[in-house]
Ligand binder design. Structure first.
Ligand SMILES: NC(=O)c1ccc[n+]([C@@H]2O[C@H](COP(=O)([O-])OP(=O)(O)OC[C@H]3O[C@@H](n4cnc5c(N)ncnc54)[C@H](OP(=O)(O)O)[C@@H]3O)[C@@H](O)[C@H]2O)c1
Length: 336
């Protein structure tokens, strides 16, 4: 049996229980040249909410009745395909389901990483690692002594991006939603300071923690916070528009921009990116991230929720700030 989550409605606001339906179907016998993959891990990402919009974004909108889209890691269980054999580990976007039948075109063989657990493919590498590396080094480009601010700083992408900026010699200030997260980024990850946006005036705290202004803003949040940061952006500053999680549940909310003019007056670069466009960097990114991790300079944290049935409630954790590190679902055991 294949267990799966089907998109029943396009949510308005946070995903509700009737927006996704948990169901199952019989797996057909495997045809010639086909591969059956068992899902081991399913990545839960803020962009899952973007994919539930009724309109196309950087990927087409999911049709009602289709399996919910998601990035997965799995193991080949049965193969009639010459390039894949049982036991091979693969990654792909086959979505919120326990099995996937593929002709191989949508599978990426996973590189063997002897010193790292399978979860590192989501927590350190893959879309999270490429986003942090590409966004910080190819767009933000901080140099020694510059000030870098990061929002959702304790999260999967933000925590890596901040550590990468530290390695460039920058002063790094993180914005996060709890005292525990602020402690983690300053004490464990050696950010220079942290701002708890639930307790402090971010505008005031930015002035205190960034006395020389902000040279790079790595934005994971968007919305009103972006405007607040724009107030303190320096001449020739760079804003890395990585994500806008504060706007995903409420894309039509009104935001009052009072500092937008600073983009012009201070000659600021604001650039968005989608990691899928930059997969050609994967080899270089993986080499760097694995090396830095092994040298003890780059730490990552994973937050594993057990059971595919919990995927919708896990998704909500990202919007409540309840996740501690890269969120994923353990769908089945690695060595089943
Ligand atoms: N461009 C790309 O290709 C790409 C790829 C991957 C991810 N992203 C983006 O990167 C961002 C972070 O993703 P992630 O996977 O690393 O998730 P994450 O940071 O591990 O988790 C999301 C975090 O966002 C914070 N948050 C949620 N709602 C918020 C709000 N209204 N205001 C301020 N903070 C809020 C919460 O932390 P607090 O407790 O600190 O609030 C939450 O823990 C997202 O915007 C995502 O879309 C972009």
């Amino acid at each position: 049996m294949n267990q799966k989550w089907i998109v029943a409605n396009y949510p308005t606001g946070p995903v509700q229980t009737d927006d996704l339906t948990y169901t199952s179907s019989l797996l057909p016998p495997l045809a010639e040249n086909m591969i059956r993959v068992r899902t081991i891990y399913l990545s839960i990402d803020p962009t899952n909410r973007v994919w539930l919009l009724k309109k196309d974004t950087y990927l087409p909108s999911i049709e009602l009745g289709d399996v919910m889209r998601g990035v997965c890691i799995g193991k080949v269980e049965e193969s009639n395909h010459s390039h894949y054999k049982p036991g091979d580990l693969v990654q792909g976007m086959w979505g919120w389901q326990t099995y996937h039948i593929s002709n191989g075109d949508d599978l990426i063989p996973l590189p063997i990483l002897p010193a790292l657990p399978l979860t590192a493919h989501f927590g350190l590498l893959g879309h999270v690692g490429i986003s942090a590396w590409y966004g910080m080094l190819e767009i933000g480009k901080p140099s020694a002594g510059e000030t870098v601010v990061i929002s959702a700083a304790s999260g999967a992408v933000g925590s890596l991006a901040g550590q990468i900026a530290k390695m460039q010699g920058a002063r790094v200030v993180g914005i996060a939603g709890s005292e525990e997260k602020c402690r983690r980024i300053t004490q464990d990850l050696h950010f220079d300071s942290a701002i708890n946006y639930t307790k402090e005036s971010v505008a005031e705290s930015l002035k205190k923690h960034c006395p020389n202004g902000i040279d790079v803003y790595f934005d994971n949040v968007g919305g009103q916070l972006l405007d607040t940061v724009l107030e303190s952006i320096n001449d020739f500053g760079r804003i890395v528009a990585c994500g806008m999680i504060s706007m995903y549940n409420y894309p039509n909310q009104g935001i009052t921009f009072t500092n937008l003019g600073n983009l012009v007056m201070r000659r600021v670069l604001l650039k968005g990116f989608i990691c899928l466009d930059h997969w050609e960097y994967a080899e270089q990114v993986y080499t760097d991230l694995i090396k830095w991790h092994q040298q003890g300079k780059l730490h990552y944290q994973v937050d594993v929720v057990h059971g595919l049935e919990n995927a919708p409630s896990a998704l909500q954790m990202l919007f409540d700030g309840a996740n501690k590190g890269k969120l994923m679902i353990k769908v089945s055991e690695e060595n089943e």
